[in-house]
Design a protein around this ligand. Structure first.
Ligand code: SF4
Length: 248
């Protein structure tokens, strides 16, 4: 699944930009999911006194509101992005206001100050209100998502890549970069998505069918531990593929 985040201050045109991008991606026959980051600290979808709120207050740690046209699973915490991505199986996930991702970004801005407040090396384009006034800023294209949507989505198709694992900076660097740094190198054409060693891991761990990404250090521990145990068993074959399934 490829990722893109549209960032910018309030009233900069983020949501309109995203609406236009999603519409054009759909016209190009991609499946699209989206994520909206809510920066309002007190935000809650559930309302005080509703039945689901009463379930939660009674101690339910996961509450679901199941209606005829919508199902809302109300997690009582802010989930990490990688946990959220497990619910998605789309060609693209378009994020609004998400900054803690190595995915390429588009800034929506009203003015230069709005650009500067969000500018970093992961930005592939600028859009929003300011695209009525300028066409380029510091070498980055400024593209109006209403009048030049095809150009904007062509660029998105060119620059986006399968989401990187976004592990903690201290945990890996097996590709020679942090995940964010590799993202920038891919955008700049200096590296490939395949440079992430987790793209074809030597050890695969699944829980309930979901892949659990492991940095190379953890893969080595698991591999060495399993090999040390099964290597003593009858039937062990050097260099054979090992499968372990733990049923609980
Ligand atoms: S190898 Fe993959 S997981 Fe490790 S730092 Fe590089 S991009 Fe991140």
């Amino acid at each position: 699944m490829r990722g893109l985040s549209v960032i910018g201050i309030s009233k900069s045109g983020k949501t309109t930009t995203i609406e236009n991008i999603i519409g054009e991606l759909k016209r190009r026959n991609y499946s699209v999911g989206s994520i909206k980051e809510i920066h309002f600290h007190a935000f809650k979808m559930d309302i005080e006194g509703t039945n689901t709120d009463r379930h939660r207050k009674a101690g339910a740690t996961l509450v679901t509101a199941r209606g005829d046209h919508e199902t809302d699973i109300l997690f009582q915490e802010k989930l990490p992005l990688n946990e959220i991505f497990k619910f998605y199986n789309h060609d693209f996930v378009i994020m609004e206001g998400v900054r803690d991702t190595s995915a390429p970004k588009i800034i929506a801005a009203q003015d230069i100050e709005g650009i500067e407040s969000r500018l970093d090396e992961s930005v592939i384009a600028i859009s929003g209100v300011i695209s009525n006034e300028i066409k380029e800023y510091k070498g980055i294209p400024v593209i109006n998502s209403l009048t030049n949507l095809k150009e904007l989505v062509d660029l998105i198709e060119e620059k986006t890549f399968k989401l990187l694992p976004d592990v903690n900076d201290e945990c890996c660097k097996a590709c020679g970069y942090t995940c964010s740094e590799l993202g920038v190198a891919i955008i700049n054409g200096e590296a490939s998505r395949d440079d992430c060693v987790l793209s074809s891991p030597a050890v695969i761990l699944k829980i309930n069918g979901n892949d659990i990404p492991m940095v190379p250090f953890v893969q080595s521990i698991l591999k060495n531990t399993v090999e040390a145990i099964v290597g003593e068993l009858d039937g062990y074959v050097d260099n054979g593929e090992i499968e372990v399934c733990i049923r609980r």
